[in-house]
Design a protein around this ligand. Sequence first.
Ligand code: 4GO
Length: 223
Amino acid sequence: MRFDVLTLFPEMIESHLQYSILKRAVETGIIDVNTVNPRDFTLDKHKKVDDTPYGGGAGMVLMPQPYVDAYESVERQENSITIMLSPQGEPLKENLVKELANYDQIVMLCGHYEGFDERIREIIKPREISIGDFVLTGGELPALCLIDAVSRKIEGTLGKIESANDDSFADGLLEYPQYTKPRNFRGLEVPEVLLNGNHKDINEFRQEQSLKRTKERRPDLLY
Ligand code: 4GO
């Protein structure tokens, strides 16, 4: 899977890939992340990427030329999708993450400041995706969330593919509680059923706990 990220702050993307599971995925070639900086495509000597909004109002708007030229410089593979990270987008859910994991290339547009000149959307026609109903200063953190969530669906990224099968949302429910050593910590015991090696009982217990948790915390997931 190849990710191409259009961003004015490429270090924000690169720094996140230096740790843990994503670092290993990059090293083993399971994912390949490239950044393109629209500032490198500006035509004026001040390398200006934004300007004040027509009609007035606060903040700065990203100009179309650097973004569109940066976008057109990205070499496109056959099975590729372009995504704009924006609070106005379709909410990112586990099913969408799975769908995106089927592409060979994901091109992402990260904005900053007040957002994009509308003509960037009109020309590039990206699929617009949001990681939640809140506004951030830039699209880089959402892009990283997407890279992270999609990467862990790709075979070979996680140690065992089973570790993704038990995730929250994998079966539409929240994950059951997990325990590790010691058996007693500050008087709190690990549930007995997890210690007796009876896998039928263990599965039943976990299924019950998943359902209980989902009912309490996210009843919206059940209907
Ligand atoms: C995406 C981008 C929030 C999200 C963003 C989100 N804020 N909820 N901010 O996924 C254009 C300028 C959008 C800043 C960007």
